[in-house]
Design a protein around this ligand. Sequence first.
Ligand SMILES: NC(=O)C1=CN([C@@H]2O[C@H](COP(=O)(O)OP(=O)(O)OC[C@H]3O[C@@H](n4cnc5c(N)ncnc54)[C@H](OP(=O)(O)O)[C@@H]3O)[C@@H](O)[C@H]2O)C=CC1
Ligand SMILES: O=CCCC(=O)O
Length: 357
Amino acid sequence: MEVGFLGLGIMGKAMAVNLLHHGFGVTVWNRTLSKCQELVEQGASVGETPAAVINKCKYTIAMLSDPSAALSVVFDKDGVLEQICSGKGYIDMSTVDAETSSKISEAITKKGGYFLEAPVSGSKKPAEDGQLVILAAGEKALYDKMVPAFDVLGKKSFFLGEVGNGAKFKLVVNMIMGSVMNALSEGLCLADRSGLSQQTLLDVLDLGAIANPMFKLKGPAMIKGSYPPAFPLKHQQKDMRLALALGDENAVSMPIAAASNEAFKKARSLGLGDLDFSAVFEVKHDARHFSKDQNPRIASYAAFALYFFLCSKASKPAAVANTRFLLLELVLAMGPRLHKGSQLMSFSSFEVSLLLG
Ligand SMILES: NC(=O)C1=CN([C@@H]2O[C@H](COP(=O)(O)OP(=O)(O)OC[C@H]3O[C@@H](n4cnc5c(N)ncnc54)[C@H](OP(=O)(O)O)[C@@H]3O)[C@@H](O)[C@H]2O)C=CC1
Ligand SMILES: O=CCCC(=O)O
């Protein structure tokens, strides 16, 4: 089976590689065309535009960042609509809202093509391992044709009926996931501030009724302040926003999701949007202090070393002023905590960039 693949981000690349490794012929396109090279080395062909890919392939999958990207690839010049025609299928696996999906569906079916939305649950690793959960809706005949590809990409696929149902399902799932991530972040923060071990909290959670793969996978990295992007925070915030709009439409009160969305927005405003969505923890726990599980002495030495280095080297008065401000914050942060003898301030990357800028 020959398929086209539009969008080689974190997910698209892993999915396209998976299809190649399972014997599919794959023709790829990505807005930043240079990202196609790695796929070419693994046997893919390249289409110069979305239209060129559609022209070549009977079935084309898209995995794009958000509604505006999904619409642009279909409707803009050299887009999908220019070549879609009777007998061709377009499968959008991006996470978008039902309205976006319906617009795309209508335009494609008007030209005689088939449309399926098929957003996925599961992140980078499940995408690499073919363990996604596929939430498909739209043209059933196209779904049936795509089952062999879905069997490679996922561990389970659902056909959910008319266009929009897959998109809505995905938003509900991610709304829950984003809210749970906020709850975990607050729990880790509360444990730490109460003098408890965050690692022990993770161990306790893992043995109880709310044990789940997300806590197990992300929790240990979060307490180290490490957020390598598997699911970028900016996409999680997009999903919260779209889920809240779905709540508006249906008059569903969602105060927990709304508060979680605010935390993700705050994280984006701090420049954390490209990190993993677990970086929302930085907003909760006030990145200015180290947990007991880390080494506070190293933090204080590092802070003072940076202070003296900048005082001696910085020609910019602003940098010196910022350094003084941070030192003041350090002293303030140390005050209430020193009696516990355990916790000190650290610099967030945001503050370091302020300093250097
Ligand atoms: N990462 C994850 O864990 C999961 C993500 N998803 C969803 O899958 C989709 C892709 O996610 P992910 O791979 O993580 O995202 P990335 O940010 O890694 O990739 C986004 C892709 O969209 C392309 N793109 C962005 N804007 C445009 C545009 N205007 N026109 C054309 N192409 C564009 C990017 O191209 P370029 O390289 O040129 O920037 C890139 O190929 C999103 O909808 C996300 O919500 C779903 C499940 C899990
Ligand atoms: O949309 C992203 C979902 C990420 C996940 O299911 O782990």
